[in-house]
Ligand binder design. Structure first.
Ligand code: ZN
Length: 480
């Protein structure tokens, strides 16, 4: 029997605010344990939460970018459960009335394009962090760091619209890129800024009804998500084929063992005894506020890609590469504007610049070469002052020394030789030295022409203007 996987994701993304969602404590990562805490985020009796305005604006921004409907009124609730990293005994989270509904994101994997719908986006606070390792008595004790307690999160819940592990990984990555692009999340997966829970079930191909799903929790890498889902899909199919039944449960991905393992049976919503948070008023979002947030939104990748094709006449492929990050697109636009040669700007940014970035392991923001300096190099090539092969050497020197293209070309005498008399002398000398090749060309063997051009270029130390060298060589060969 052929089976079809059905996958939905729940993605938790930290909002990049300076302070926590309900208190003024810093959210900076990496501070000494329990140094960024106060009575509110430690859950002391009587401490009262105050909602962080910037966190709400960031959540609205993410929801708008994903095409969601922002709800005029949403409500924070208490999700009750006991865990040592949750000092209040409950998490403040939006439940029945979330901030945003609907929306979605288009993905394309292996030729299949799909729209992944969103169910909702809601706001909540993060819990602290249990440290099970790294202390002399870690075999007996667990330590807890509450710095993360109360860091603002959005949870993005999708519809069960994905049909393969690869599609789920693609969605997760595209979503993360958009949040980073918007500036609402720092995208740091290792620090847990974006984490994903996946609900996965399988059903016989053609069957409408969903199978029983298992949830794989807390995955912070696109690759692990894909591997965990592949494993889980195979496990469920094998179980059903052997006559077994999938049970609804929460599983963990064991990256070292390359498998998912059962953690606990899945809770139902009623286990959490949700009720509205009495210490916070309903969150009211006015149309004016939505409009104000919309004003601060950058152009989104898809819109920018289309604009690059239309405004600069770039091929789709170029536009796709150049809009893969906000920084790269900004860099390209500055080079294109200053040089007024968009296609040349695209070639340099996609070619030498990206290659160098990859080689050096730096980000576009760390590149020392300014867009104006690169535009200066492009101008020299376009004017015919230097050949494109010499320009690549100049590029490397500019990148490493910070000197301008003009400076390097002048100091090293790299300008192309367009002096007709000097070139003619080289051409004549090449013909004299290679009489046989010249005779073959005249006898109709046109292949030897390339060889002779090569000799002229070599004779000029690579600096001959190739177009002029070609013309002179052809003229001389025909005359004599
Ligand atoms: Zn605090």
């Amino acid at each position: 029997m052929k089976f079809e996987p059905v996958i939905g994701l729940e993605i938790h993304a930290q909002l990049q605010t300076r302070t926590k969602i309900f208190c003024g404590c810093s959210t900076a990562f990496g501070a000494p344990p329990n140094s960024q805490v106060c009575p509110v985020c430690l859950g002391m009796p009587g401490a009262l939460p105050v909602l962080n305005r910037v966190a709400v604006d960031y959540a609205i921004k993410a929801a708008l970018a994903l095409g969601c409907d922002i709800q005029p009124l949403s409500i924070f609730a208490r999700k009750n459960y006991f865990y040592p990293d949750l000092p209040k005994g409950y998490q403040i989270s939006q439940y029945e009335r979330p901030l945003a509904l609907g929306g979605g994101l288009d993905i394309s994997v292996g030729g299949r394009s799909a729209r992944v719908g969103l169910t909702r986006i809601h706001m909540e606070e993060d819990a602290g962090k249990s440290l099970h390792e790294g202390f002399p008595d870690s075999d007996r004790r667990t330590y807890i760091d509450y710095n993360r307690s109360g860091v603002p999160l959005i949870e993005i819940v999708t519809e069960p619209d994905m049909r393969s592990a690869a599609e789920a990984a693609e969605f997760f990555e595209r979503l993360r890129d958009i949040l980073v692009w918007l500036g609402v999340n720092d995208g740091n997966m290792e620090e847990g800024s974006v984490r994903c829970d996946a609900n996965v079930s399988v059903r016989p191909a053609g069957q409408e009804r969903f199978g029983t799903k298992a949830e794989v929790k807390n995955i912070n890498s696109f690759r692990y998500l894909e591997k965990a889902l592949e494993y889980e899909i195979d496990r469920q199919i094998e179980l059903i084929e052997r006559g077994g039944r999938v049970v609804q449960e929460t599983r963990l991905w064991d990256s070292a063992g390359g498998r998912t393992v059962s953690m606990r049976s899945k809770e139902e919503a009623h286990d959490y005894r949700y009720f509205p948070e009495p210490d916070l008023p309903p969150l009211v979002v006015s149309d004016a506020r939505i409009a104000a947030v919309r004003e601060t939104m950058p152009e989104l990748p898809e819109a920018r890609r289309q604009r690059f094709v239309a405004a600069y006449g770039l091929p789709q492929y170029d536009a796709g590469v150049l809009t893969s990050s906000a920084g790269l697109g900004d860099y390209f636009e500055q080079v294109a504007a200053t040089s007024r040669h968009p296609k040349a700007a695209s070639n340099w940014v996609m070619g030498e610049l990206l290659r160098t970035i990859k080689e050096r392991g730096v980000t576009i923001e760390q590149v020392p070469l300014t867009p104006a300096a690169l535009a200066g190099l492009i101008a020299l090539v376009e004017k015919g002052t230097i050949s494109s092969s010499i320009a690549k050497d100049v590029f490397a020197k500019m990148y490493d020394t910070g000197r301008s293209a003009d400076e390097i070309v002048a100091a090293e005498g790299l300008a192309q030789n367009s002096d007709e008399d000097a070139l003619l002398a080289i051409v004549r000398a090449v013909i004299a030295r290679n009489a046989e090749a010249a005779a073959q060309f005249r006898a109709g063997k046109s292949q030897t022409f390339g060889f002779l051009v090569g000799q002229v270029m070599k004779g000029s130390g690579g600096k001959a203007n190739p177009k002029l060298a070609n013309e002179l060589l052809r003229r001389e060969l025909q005359q004599t």
